[in-house]
Design a protein around this ligand. Structure first.
Ligand code: Q9C
Ligand code: ZN
Length: 345
């Protein structure tokens, strides 16, 4: 399978995130991509540098003012104080209900809050470059499908599915899966399905396509009543306006057994089949693994092969986009198991 990988991912390397009021080392690290890369190479998969420029598609998925903020964010942070080059910015104020989000403040931390859903998406000097490389991979992958490829894997980080049209969140900045889906649409596919199998609901992807019938969004995830992102991902969210009926959430209780997860996957695949999609984008989160440090599903390494096989049976040109997964060494094995399971079927 064609696999896109850019070393530019490593430019996104914040040191800390917040957990229970304390600063802890980031879970979403450059080492994650290193484990995926070395497992791909060890099992004979060649890597390609993304060649597309995603700017045109990014403008269709994200707001202009969010993109402008993100591209300049680190420079603006350091311009406040040269000492900030060694500090991480975090938001501390957000425009929740009754506050205005239409006027962009001048204050940097206020703007960071405007464009963030949480304080859990740490920025570093190269965040824009790394995230942009991921979006470039997503567009490159869509072009491969346009050229007749059966499947492409974007082995990218940071992840993307929590990022909405105008906000970052959950370690995500640019929504690579949404970029891939939109780019596949630009390739002439009338109907696209996005299947999100990350442990966490893909709130950003859902919200980007919520009013659209051309992109079906289906997600399997930990119940948001107890799991991040908490404020979206319930079963009664089915789409709005022209998009009514084109959103399917399959939340499962934290701690659900593997059999329940695969039963939900079967429902997801049946819905995708009914969409008569021309292409599939998979938000490939691997934090459903039993050993994941921040999640609570129970998949084992060979379950990821089974996932790849089930996805292949949909018979669709497919873009895989890496999302979460924090059991670092096993991340590589599990990712390549999905890819090889898909190729085997
Ligand atoms: N410090 C993705 O998997 N909460 N994002 C973490 C532990 C946020 C996960 C709590 C989890 C976000 C792409
Ligand atoms: Zn996740």
């Amino acid at each position: 399978m064609i696999t896109f990988f850019s070393d530019r991912h490593a430019l996104h390397a914040p040191a800390f995130e917040f957990f229970r009021g304390e600063r802890v080392p980031c879970f979403e690290t450059p080492a994650r991509a290193g484990f995926v890369r070395s497992q791909l190479l060890a099992r004979g998969h060649a890597l390609r540098e993304p060649e597309a420029d995603s700017r045109g598609v990014l403008a269709l998925v994200h707001s202009a003012r969010y993109l402008a903020f993100l591209e300049r964010a680190w420079a603006d942070w350091v311009a406040l104080d040269p000492g900030n080059a060694a500090r991480q910015p975090f938001p501390s104020v957000w425009p929740v209900r009754t506050l205005r989000s239409d006027v962009e403040p001048d204050n940097f931390v206020a703007r960071l809050g405007l464009y963030s859903m949480d304080n859990g998406s740490p920025l570093s000097a190269g965040t824009w470059e790394a995230a942009k490389a991921g979006a470039d991979a997503a567009v490159s992958a869509a072009r491969c499908l346009g050229a007749g490829e059966r499947a492409v894997f974007c082995a990218t980080r940071p992840p993307g599915h929590h990022a909405g049209a105008d906000f970052m969140g959950g370690y995500c900045f640019l929504n690579n899966a949404a970029v891939a889906a939109q780019a596949v649409r630009e390739q002439g596919c009338a109907r696209v399905a996005v299947l999100d199998v990350d442990y966490h609901h893909g709130n950003g992807t859902q919200s980007i396509f919520y009013d659209r019938p051309d992109v079906l969004f289906v997600s399997l995830h930990g119940d948001p009543r107890t799991e991040y992102p908490f404020y979206l991902g319930h079963a009664d969210e089915t789409g709005i306006g022209a998009g009514a009926g084109f959103n399917l959430n399959l939340p499962l209780p934290a701690g659900s057994p593997v059999a329940a997860w695969f039963a939900a996957l079967e429902l997801a695949c049946a819905r995708i089949g009914r969409h008569r999609a021309d292409a599939l984008v998979v938000s490939l989160g691997l934090d459903t693994f039993a050993g994941d440090p921040i999640s609570a599903f129970a998949l084992q390494a060979d379950d990821f092969s089974r996932l790849g096989q089930a996805l292949a049976r949909l018979g669709l040109p497919t873009v895989f986009v890496l999302e979460g997964g924090y059991a670092a060494a096993e991340l590589g094995v599990n990712a390549v198991n999905v890819i090889e399971g898909f190729e085997q079927d």
